[in-house]
Write a protein that binds this ligand. Structure first.
Ligand code: NAD
Length: 503
């Protein structure tokens, strides 16, 4: 294995690039298996200096008119578009996803920047005149101060862009802690934000691991935490952050079911499921990992269709847009996913397509795993219960739509789901009664657009407000309600001891 230990991915603190000389961790190119650089793991003191820098920048930034904060975002959006190729190459080189897929991720991130450009409109308050005689009242939305975001490896550009552009246009200063597995694109993007005119200290990036995260969770100067990652860590973040008096939104893992009804467009469902299950190697929190086929014939048709499509799948380095699927993010993760496939076989599921033996010529050390398809999966099996986060699709056979819905509703996760049907009544019943936060009707990946908000139910989200969109504005601001009266010349009411009301 070749190594280039001299390349260190550091931090951005107070507008300065900081190359921490403390602990580091290797970053891999998943397509080759080689170490491409090392990421600095910030110490408590380094994170504290980022918090101090954000705190120092806050008074001026908070008082900068929202329209001026928004103008930075307009320039930033342009820079993101101008530098899209470089950003996507960086994403692909560290995450492994195919360039076209990285471009889709970045575009979704840019849409969040476009939403943030509407800051003056988004921050409008609510006003009533004459709530009492000569009394006016309004609510306004004030920034929280220093807020932080902790993000996962699977969308290294998009998920940070869910968070900090909206937080900063709302008048906060931000500390981003990206995933240590693919840290470079977040820094590249932060550099563009500085070039767009974001003042030093308004956005800080600290790379690191648990030490950095725990410092953010416990320092009283940090007022809110946005987290996206796996459920055990989300639960820890929510519990620890809340115990330290912070507002927390912690988005966790998923097991997203697609229900296919006998009257659905089966070939259309097969096409949709191929992308939804195997796109980005299944490393998406909205990936479909379970298909619930209603009726034996539906299941047989689906299995036949998926198997045929899988024969033509191209797996190889993400730098080649001709590939459908790249490698998994790390060797450990590839081995973990492969171990789930072993477990599925041992538990009695029928492995229809086995990707475990896949080798990519010229990339023998890459973290590749071919797409896998299981049939006759049972709800008690680990491949059904657990989030695998890899290219493994499980087909469960049931006899009715109600049985399918009962399965979804009984699962611990409630991030996304979808139904394939031509029956409007069934679709309406499904969307009304399913216990999941994001629902698709003949749409396999119902990821809400930037001007809605993103979030699951059950153990897929800890907290009250979803990410980005209208909920994001509420998360990054606190409501203040002001009630005002000016003395009227010559009028004196005298003291009143009963509770003020206008009954
Ligand atoms: P992860 O939970 O391992 O890591 C997420 C972040 O938490 C990283 O920044 C990491 O450094 C930090 N972290 C990890 N262990 C920690 C610890 N013990 N203490 C403190 N901080 C810690 O998640 P991941 O593997 O990077 O990402 C994949 C997971 O994220 C999947 O479960 C996926 O479903 C989930 N995800 C969810 C959403 C959503 O919106 N619900 C979106 C994307 C990804």
């Amino acid at each position: 294995m070749t190594t280039t230990p001299q390349v260190i991915v550091g931090h951005l603190i107070g507008g300065q690039a900081i190359a921490d000389i403390g602990r580091t961790q290797p970053v891999f190119n998943p397509a080759t298996g080689a170490v491409s650089r090392h990421v600095a793991l910030a110490s408590k003191a380094t994170v504290e200096s980022a918090i101090s820098s954000a705190e120092a920048a806050w008074p001026d930034w908070r008082n900068t008119p929202a329209i001026k904060r928004a103008r930075v975002m307009f320039r930033f959006k342009q820079l993101l578009e101008d530098n899209a190729d470089a950003i996507c190459e960086s994403i692909s080189a560290e995450h492994g996803k195919v360039l076209n897929d990285a471009m889709g991720e970045l575009q979704r991130g840019i849409e969040n920047v476009e939403f943030a450009c509407g800051a003056p409109q988004l921050l409008k308050g609510e006003h009533n005149v004459n709530v009492g005689p000569g009394i006016d009242s309004w609510s306004e939305f004030q920034p929280l101060g220093v807020v932080a975001g902790i993000t996962p490896f699977n969308f290294p550009a998009m998920v940070p862009l869910w968070m900090w552009p909206l937080a900063v246009v709302c008048g906060n200063c931000f500390i981003l802690k990206p995933s240590e597995r693919d840290p470079s694109s977040a820094l590249l993007i932060a550099d563009l934000a500085q070039r767009a005119g974001l003042p030093p200290g308004v956005l800080n990036v600290v790379n690191g691991d648990k030490e950095a995260v725990d410092t953010l969770l416990t320092d009283s100067r940090v007022k809110a935490i946005s987290f996206v990652g796996s459920t055990p860590i989300a639960e820890y973040i929510y519990a620890t952050g809340s115990a330290h008096g912070k507002r927390v939104q912690a988005l966790g893992g998923a097991k997203n079911h697609a229900i296919v009804m006998p009257d659905g467009d089966i070939q259309g469902a097969v096409d949709a499921l191929m992308g939804a299950a195997y796109g980005s190697c299944g490393e998406r929190c909205m990936a479909i990992s379970v298909v619930v086929a209603v009726g034996e014939q539906t299941a047989n048709q689906l299995i036949a269709g998926l198997k045929a499509e899988m024969l033509g799948m191209r797996v190889g380095p993400g730098s080649d847009n001709n590939n459908d699927m790249g490698p998994l993010v790390t060797r450990e993760h590839r081995d973990k996913v492969a171990a789930y496939v072993d477990a599925g076989v041992a538990e009695g599921a029928e492995l229809v397509v086995d990707g475990r033996a896949l080798r990519v010529d010229g990339h023998e050390q890459g973290f590749f795993l071919g797409a896998c398809l299981f049939d006759r999966v049972g709800a008690e099996m680990s491949i059904y219960r657990d989030e695998i986060f890899g290219p493994v699709l499980c087909v469960v056979r049931v006899a009715s739509m109600q049985q399918a819905m009962d399965l979804v509703n009984a699962h611990e996760y409630g991030n996304g789901t979808c139904i394939f049907t031509r029956d409007g009544e069934a679709a309406r019943y499904f969307s009304d009664n399913i216990q999941v936060g994001m629902v698709g009707i003949n749409v396999p990946l119902p990821v809400p657009v930037a001007y809605h908000s993103f979030g699951g139910w059950k153990r897929s989200l800890f907290g009250d407000l979803h990410a980005y969109g209208p909920d994001g504005v509420r998360f990054y601001t606190k409501r203040k309600t002001i009630t005002q009266r000016w003395p009227t010349s010559g009028v004196r009411e005298g003291a009143r001891f009963s509770f003020p009301s206008h009954g």
